[in-house]
Design a protein around this ligand. Structure first.
Ligand SMILES: [Zn+2]
Length: 369
């Protein structure tokens, strides 16, 4: 969803057209690839490593992105090969072409441990939406059969085609605190959790640049969801904690290179706005729960617009993520009645103190994969 734009500065007026690159700092290049959804692009980065290139994120599966990559290889890499492919996290817009690029150049894949293994089972998870665990999760959230069927169809769109190259069969593990030498400079690995289990960001003190993936985005908020595979998960708690760590570890005069929207300055303001946004949404949910509600009942508290396609699935996951975080802080209780969870706020004085306006969901833009 879209959040307030507090003091962010965007130094570049426009993005490089598909199939071209733009140099942002010595040896640091920005490129974009298309996405087949309302969020219509992803930012990828190329780092000059002397006699080869390091690719950070790869674009979604399918022929269109592959053709743009061929053009980049032929026209924008000065005849040098790709030696390493880094994926910030497992989502298909980041890992979709990792197999293709790694195979093409016999390049090494670098990912965190959790992201690599979850990516390898991602396709089967997407196909496994018919088991009783998944059905139980959605029924307990309060959804009806029609919604469930539609969501299954929507998710099929995100399942890679059998003709797409699978993720490489081996990888090198990235861990929080690692230093990668690229182009003679140190890039520090900083991990976060919540949007995905062990999301990798790259920070160069020398360049004053943070490649932030989906961990920190300037305009839209990253999806933070509870999934049927871990129905009692609490990703929102981890998300808020990891955002705070970036405020501590990375100086505010750093240029942030996100996976969506444009590069920006104002990291600390953005992190604070993101944390405040989720705290505000949690308060809005808590205040709505002075009467018992299901997760599905609460969707309009978080999202004003009609939810279509894949965004319905992510919206529900995000709603449950807010609810679980509120449960951890003992602000709401959950009851299982007739196979459906209902949520009720714990604070008896809440109704009198409720803040006018909190129930108005903000305007929201596309949710992320
Ligand atoms: Zn993502």
């Amino acid at each position: 969803m879209e959040t307030e734009q507090a003091n962010l500065e965007y130094p570049y007026e426009s993005a490089p057209p598909y199939g071209t690159t733009m140099e942002l700092a010595p040896g640091v290049f920005w490129l974009q690839m298309p996405l087949p959804m309302s969020l219509n692009h992803i930012n990828l980065y190329l780092l000059d490593d002397g006699d080869s290139w390091v690719v950070v994120d790869t674009g979604i599966h399918g022929e269109e992105t592959q053709q743009y990559w061929q053009k980049i290889f032929a026209e924008h890499m000065q005849g040098k090969p790709v030696s390493r492919v880094i994926c910030t996290h497992l989502h298909p817009d980041h890992t979709g072409q990792a197999g293709f690029i790694a195979d093409y150049w016999q390049a090494t894949l670098l990912m965190s441990y959790s992201e690599y293994y979850q990516a390898r089972v991602m396709s089967s998870l997407l196909r496994e939406s018919s088991n009783w665990h998944t059905t139980e999760y959605f029924v307990r959230a309060g959804i009806d059969q029609h919604f469930l069927e539609q969501m299954r169809k929507d998710r099929d769109l995100f399942t890679p085609d059998v003709t797409d190259k699978p993720l490489p069969a081996s990888f090198i593990r990235l861990t929080d605190g690692d230093l990668l030498k690229i182009g003679g400079e140190n890039w520090q690995i900083i991990t976060g959790t919540g949007h995905s289990p062990e999301h990798v960001c790259l920070y160069s003190q020398k360049h004053r640049i943070l490649i932030s993936g989906d961990q920190i985005l300037p305009i839209i908020t990253s999806n933070v969801s509870v999934f049927p595979t871990e129905p009692e998960g609490n990703p929102m708690l981890g998300w808020m904690e990891s955002l705070s760590r970036f405020r501590e570890k990375v100086p505010n005069d750093t240029l942030v290179l996100p996976a969506h929207n444009a590069p920006f300055y104002g990291l600390h303001e953005r992190v604070s706005a993101l944390i405040a946004h989720h705290e505000d949404r949690m308060l809005a949910i808590e205040e709505s729960c002075v009467e018992p509600h299901t997760a599905v009942d609460l969707l309009p508290v978080l999202f004003k617009r009609k939810l279509e396609g894949h965004s319905r699935f992510m919206a529900l996951g995000e709603c449950v993520a807010h609810l679980h975080c509120l449960m951890t802080h003992n602000r709401i209780e959950r009851r299982l009645e007739n196979g459906v969870y209902s949520y009720l706020s714990v604070d008896p004085g809440l109704e009198q103190r409720a803040t006018p306006g909190h129930h108005d969901a903000p305007d929201d833009s596309p949710l992320l994969v």
